[in-house]
Design a protein around this ligand. Structure first.
Ligand SMILES: Cc1ncc(COP(=O)(O)O)c(C=O)c1O
Length: 371
């Protein structure tokens, strides 16, 4: 039944957001299409993590956990922050969430008041704008330049009077990785302007020619968000986490408590095996992504597409007109139009290489057939 939107049934906040444009494009795909639209790893969850999840069920670890998450997992994440990111967050400064998605939501709900300006990369991950609007914020998309990196000078100007700025490196959908100096510059500038930075680092392990830099290295007014989802190919297990100054954690925990109570207990024990185990599985996934990146990048370049080589995540953001995007879809290859990721990238399409090399090769053949 179609609901008349002009009544008073629904909140303006929820009417102000839309279903993700990603889903809309998927619905247009022909049967037998190759899916280069997907934003999740195609690897199975590593064996030691699955076994830990099964053991948690067998050991009846199936009740509520602390709202913040099981202590062993928060300790393991605290150790991970020290080891991999050079960040000092005590276990008390960490909340285990239902994926990075929930972490983002509780951060926005805790920081944003009606009318506060929230900045986020545009093109950017679909949730940033919508979470900001749901929290009552006024969204402001930070543009990127031709190399797909944030326009830092424009960003600095936008910071004046803003409340929150989201950074995402490596970035979805562009695959851009901001360098250390840019991140330092933006975080320090935000700090001076009294703007809280939310740093979404879910793709930190998938960087090919550069290094990852955590924003919280350069200021205290930074909320770090991450997840097991992409790192360990665990998207369906729904484990993410958020780390911040204690005062903010004390606010975010209230939102989390009344929304989710706690992240799934079984998944928390599975993620614990991930964060305390070897990163060998992550390295293997990364080297496979790197090979796929080269295959897809070189293939598209050979077909005449010009674009910067992505530095991280598992996406390629390719300039092309809408007509070409539909031709590719018609040829049986699902890609995602740039306008699903904001207003600034209409003439782009996102290709995901979280797909097998065979699928990438076949997709390139299909694209070649229409060029
Ligand atoms: C940049 C970015 N942040 C957050 C998320 C959400 O991650 P999760 O599945 O852990 O909620 C995604 C998922 O695609 C993403 O691309």
């Amino acid at each position: 039944m179609k609901v008349e939107m002009k009544n008073n049934l629904f909140s303006e906040r929820v009417l102000g957001i839309e279903m993700s444009g990603i889903r809309k494009f998927f619905q247009k795909a022909k049967p037998g299409s190759i899916n280069l639209g997907i934003g999740q790893p195609d690897f199975p969850t590593p064996e030691h993590i699955k076994i830990a999840g099964i053991k948690a069920i067998e050991d009846n670890l199936t009740g509520y956990t602390f709202n913040t998450g099981v202590p062993e997992l928060r300790e393991a994440i605290s150790a991970k922050f020290k080891r991999e990111n050079g960040l000092v967050y005590s276990p008390d400064q960490i909340i285990v969430t239902g994926g990075a998605g929930e972490a983002l939501h509780i951060a926005m709900e805790s920081l944003v008041d009606n009318g506060d300006r929230v900045l986020y990369p545009d093109p950017g991950f679909v949730s940033y704008r919508e979470c900001a609007v749901l929290a009552g914020g006024i969204p402001g998309g930070i543009p990127v330049d031709e190399s797909l990196h944030i326009k830092t000078e424009v960003c600095k100007e936008m910071l004046d009077g803003a409340k929150v700025m989201v950074l995402n490196s490596p970035a979805n959908p562009t695959g851009a990785v901001e360098d250390r100096e840019t991140i330092r510059d933006l975080v320090e500038y935000a700090d001076d302007a009294g703007v809280t930075v939310i740093s979404d680092e879910v793709y930190e392990h998938f960087i090919y020619d550069k290094e990852h830099t955590s924003a919280a290295l350069f200021g205290d007014n930074v909320v770090t968000i991450n997840a097991a989802s992409k790192t360990f190919s665990m998207t369906g297990w729904r484990i993410g986490f958020v780390a911040a100054e204690q005062e903010l954690i004390d606010q975010m925990i209230k939102v989390h408590q009344y929304c989710l109570t706690c992240a799934t207990s079984i998944s928390q024990y599975a993620a614990l095996a991930g964060y305390t185990g070897t990163n060998e599985c992550v390295h293997e996934m990364k080297s496979e992504y790197a090979a796929r990146r080269d295959l897809l990048y070189n293939g598209l370049k050979d077909l005449g597409f010009e674009f910067p080589k992505p530095e991280g995540a598992f996406y390629m953001f390719v300039p092309m007109e809408t007509e070409m995007q539909y031709k590719i879809l018609d040829a049986g290859v699902v890609i995602i139009p740039g306008d699903a990721f904001g207003k600034n990238a209409v003439d782009y399409a996102r290709f995901s290489y979280a797909a097998s090399r065979d699928d990438i090769t076949e997709a390139l053949k299909r694209i070649e057939s229409i060029i």
